[in-house]
Every structure is written in C-alpha cells, then in structure tokens.
Design a protein around this ligand. Structure first.
Ligand code: G4P
Length: 529
C-alpha cells in the first residue's frame, strides 16, 4: 500500500459523552466488530468511576491501565480506526479538551432518558468551535426514555447542532421493536438476548411494503411510516460535505449494551468520517499528504514506576511518515532527537513499530523533554496551534512542606505541569506559586504524586480566585494598561509560558475591570490570537 492509500484509510476520532451515557460500552462494541478484542469487559476496566472523588489510589491504578487504552486501534473493512480515549470524569475535562486537538472527528453519546447533559454541552461546544465533524449516537433505547423527536429538538437547541436522523427507533423500552436505518434503508429488529451477535438488517427499501405490517404489526408500521414522512419534511437531506464542514450532524439511535445499532453506526462512520485533516501551524497549514514528517504532543503519561521517571509522550502524526531511529527536530528545544522504541497501539496492546502514518498516534518514551503542545518535524521550524489552556476552576497556594526537598518539589511541580495535570501561576508581587485545577481531585493527585514520584512534600493554602484571565492589552505602553497593572498588582501573575494573567476573585470583578479598562481584554483561554 502506498503512502496516500495509507492516509486515505485512516480514521482518528474520539467518543465523548457525559459519564454513564455509555461511552465505554460503545467503545468496547466497536472493538468487537474490528475483532480487536475477544470479549466485552476489556475496556471497562479503564473506567474512572464517579466514586473516585475521594479515592485517588483508584486513580493511580487507573493511570496504569489507561496507558494501554489511551489509543485503541483496529481494522474494519480495510479502514484503520484509531479511537482516542477521553476521560469521562469532569475533573479530567482538560485532558479531554486536549485530546480533541488530535481527533479528526467525534461521536457524541447521549442517554435516551437523560438527554443532553452538562459535560456533553461543554465538550460539543469545543468541537463546534474547532469545526470537528460530529455524529450523535442516542443510546439505551432498550430503556424508557424521551420521545425521539423531542430528543432531536433538545440536541439542536442545547448543543446548537443541525441534526439529520439517519436512523429512527420503533418503540422504546419495553416496547422497543427495532430501528429503521434511513441511511441504508434497512430494518433491524431487536431481540434482547442477541447481546453479542451481529445480525444483518432486513433490506426494506420501500417502507409502504405490506410485509412491514406483518413483521412489526400494523400499528407500529403505520407509526413508522408517519414518522419517516415527518423526518423527510422537517430535516434536511444528509450531505457529506456539510457534515465534514461541521454544518450538519447525523444522528443514530441504538443500544450499545445490546450491540444494537452499533454496526450501522460503524458502517456509516467508515464511509463518511474524514481521513487525517490538515492542521494549522504557526507559519502555515500542514497537509497530511506532505512527504515530510510533522507531529505534535497532545498527551503525556507518567510511568507508574517511580524508580524510572519515564514518561510516554503521545504524538499525533500530522504529515509524512514517522520512522524509528530517525533524527527529528524538537522545535521548542531546538534539539534533534531520535527514538529507538516508538510504540504504536493496537486494541489494548502497544508494540514497537518502524513506521507510522498521518492519523496514527505514536507513544515516545521521554525523560522530561516533552511538554504538551510540543512539535516534532524533520527540520522545519513550525509549531502546531490549538492546545490552549482553559481557566482552572479551583486555585490554591502551594507551599513547600519539607525545606530539605525544595529542588525535588520544583522539579516535580514542573513535570506534573508539563503533563497537564494542573496549571501553575507565579504571582508577580512575591513570587508565590498558585496551582489551578479543573477539579478538586487534582490537588490530592498532585500531593500524592509529588511524594511518591519525587520525594517532595507540599501543603496547600486557600486563595480566593474565581477565574484566571489571560490579559491582552491593545497597547503595551498605554497609560491605561500601566494603571491596570498597578491597581491590580496583587492579582497579577505569570503562567508557565510567561504570559500575563489576572487572577480575578469574582465574576463581578471581571465585569467591573472590563468596564473600567476598556483597552485591556481579558480571556479565559490562554490562546486568543
Ligand atoms: P460511560 O463510559 O459513558 O461512563 O458509560 P458506560 O459505558 O460505563 O455505561 C454506563 C452504564 O450504562 C453501565 O451500567 C452500562 O452497562 C450501561 N449501558 C450502556 N449502554 C447501555 C444500553 O444500551 N442500555 C442499557 N440499558 N444500559 C446501558 P453500570 O451498571 O453503571 O455498569 P456495569 O455494572 O454494567 O459495569
């Protein structure tokens, strides 16, 4: 297979949902279709349960397992599918945002009974902003839930999407009869015990065929006919271009647990989802078909073994072929590096590979050279954009609790921040360090890891900060900007990249500040230009 064929057959995507909607179950069923795993339950072990809020030992365990499930790759109908795992736990939302910079499309799972939930809204908003193509899978049709049309409305309104149903359920819960696939005009009948078997649907091109009445009963047949008519009237026709441009989102119904509607989703996905896409860099747009290798780090995973402070940097290949034992430029460090044992991922295994193609993810062993967002090239000086930090939700001062170990603390904090566990801000006025996290859980994780991996101890002190605002003055030398910095000097800090940040104590302060200093813009994201 040549280079262009290798690119054309790759699909790299993420599954996102509110916890418990069925992301893990769906992932597992997709892997079963690819023959990549033998039994259900293999992916399940990777779940960070909701109960983890106080149980960070559990998280330590999960970190180990989740190296293996960070990327789940399998082949289906000649297509190489890479699923990038995104943690469902809200305290790890930042991880998910970063993973979204490495996907070419997403599948959003919605629970039929719960409808659109908060976490889904946030994640879909990020996808919309980045124009990532989205397919929606409405799950748990074997249970009682909301009416199909009501759900489509809810998805349009809350997620601000333009939906096109490509399948539609017949009944629901106790009365769930099956699904009519508008996409390939097939009828799939549901029987609850067919859990792991894959049944081909009955071809039913003409919905007026009286056979339908015999199969599902006259009442359901008529119902379905009316609903399909309504769909034709109300929703636009599916258009692949519009989906790829993120202007239209196909919706499928099914039950992941019962493996129902999953094959239909996958069959459509491999036909319509985009192959590796071009990516914007600091200097130009890089196309996947370019011969020279480029890639960027979107995730760093610390090793579980504290004796070897070895980390795995996950690199998404944007263009060219990544080759083992070849010199590449680490752009930020201006240093050439080569990798003797790059890992590729297949199902839940990782193995050393000689070559990887655009769309693929390679895991590179790292002793502290990589930060999230770093770019590797064959020599060209460019950096990929699009891995911003979002304002954390929780802030605390971090203090050294063991004066003999201040070096270890600094190193540990530095490396954990590189991994993206949390964000570190240094106050201008006194140099004190402030840690900002998305969830309260990370504070425990940091304390635990500093002690176990770096031999350092830290304590925290409360600090009243509502949001970190990245500051963009219209004019660096203006009187207004100088005045702003003088008046707010107690709240001014630098982030890890040295960017100026205003740590605002309330939403009201932000509003007042913006009104008073009109030429100073405040952003909740670190990348705003
Ligand atoms: P998540 O990764 O999005 O958090 O969700 P996960 O797949 O773990 O699913 C959450 C719960 O919903 C699981 O039950 C799972 O079995 C169930 N589930 C997933 N798909 C379906 C479906 O199509 N129908 C029904 N009825 N249930 C579904 P659990 O009891 O929390 O976990 P477990 O005890 O089964 O492991």
């Amino acid at each position: 297979m040549n280079f262009l064929e290798e690119i054309a057959r790759r699909r790299t995507f993420g599954i996102i949902s509110h916890p418990d909607a069925g992301k893990t179950t769906l992932t597992e069923k997709l892997l079963l279709f690819g023959g990549a795993i033998q039994e259900a339950g293999a992916v399940k072990n990777n779940k960070i349960k909701k109960s983890a809020t106080s149980d960070f030992m559990e998280i330590e365990k999960q970190r180990g397992i989740s190296v293996a499930t960070s990327v789940l790759a399998f082949n289906y109908k000649g297509i190489k599918i890479n699923i990038l795992d995104t943690p469902g736990h809200k305290d790890f939302a930042e991880d998910t945002f970063r993973t979204l910079t490495a996907v070419d499309s997403v599948i959003v799972v919605v629970d039929v009974a719960k409808g659109v939930e908060m976490q889904t809204e946030k994640l879909v908003e990020v996808c919309r902003m980045r124009k990532i193509p989205i397919i929606v899978f409405i799950n748990k049709l074997d249970r009682e839930g909301k009416d199909g049309f009501d759900l489509l409305d809810e998805i349009e309104q809350k997620l601000k999407l333009k939906v096109v149903p490509l399948s539609f359920p017949i009944g629901m819960g106790y009365d769930f009869k099956g699904i009519y696939n508008i996409w390939d005009k097939k009828l799939n009948l549901f029987s609850g015990d067919a859990k792991q078997t894959v049944s081909e649907g009955v071809e039913f091109t003409n919905i007026d065929n009286p056979e339908l009445d015999k199969i599902i009963g006259g009442k359901w047949a008529n119902n379905l006919r009316e609903e399909l008519e309504l769909i034709e009237e109300v929703y636009p026709k599916f258009d692949n271009e519009a989906y790829l441009n993120s202007e239209l989102q196909p919706v499928f119904f099914g039950s992941a647990l019962n493996n129902f509607g999953v094959k239909e989703l996958l069959d459509c996905f491999v036909q319509i989802a985009p192959p590796p896409q071009p990516k914007m860099s600091s200097t130009r747009l890089v196309d996947s078909k370019e011969k020279k290798f480029t890639g960027f780090v979107f995730k760093i995973h610390a090793n579980m073994d504290p004796k070897h402070r070895d980390r795995l940097a996950f690199v998404k290949i944007v263009s060219g072929i990544f080759k083992r034992n070849t010199n590449y430029l680490h752009v930020k460090m201006g240093k050439k590096m080569k990798f003797s044992s790059p890992n590729a991922f297949f199902a839940e295994k990782k193995e050393i590979v000689d070559e990887s193609f655009p769309g693929d993810i390679v895991g590179l062993h790292d002793t502290g050279n990589f930060k999230i967002g770093d770019t590797l090239t064959e020599g060209e000086v460019l950096e990929f954009k699009g891995i911003p930090s979002f304002s954390p939700e929780h802030f605390r001062y971090v203090n050294n609790a063991d004066p003999m170990k201040s070096k270890q603390l600094a190193k540990g904090l530095n490396q954990l921040m590189d991994e993206g566990v949390a964000q570190l801000f240094t106050l201008d006025i006194n140099g004190r360090k402030v840690i900002g996290t998305v969830g309260a859980l990370q504070f425990e994780v940091i304390q635990y890891r500093l002690e176990h991996e770096y031999g350092a101890k830290c304590s925290y002190e409360n600090l009243n900060v509502h949001k970190a605002c990245w500051v963009e003055p219209e004019d660096d030398n203006s009187y207004e900007f100088k005045e702003f910095k003088r008046v707010k000097q107690r709240y001014m800090a630098k982030d890890k990249k040295g960017q100026l940040v205003f740590l605002a104590d309330s939403a009201f302060t932000i509003q007042m500040t913006q009104e008073k200093y009109k030429s100073v813009k405040l952003h909740f994201v670190s990348e705003f230009k």
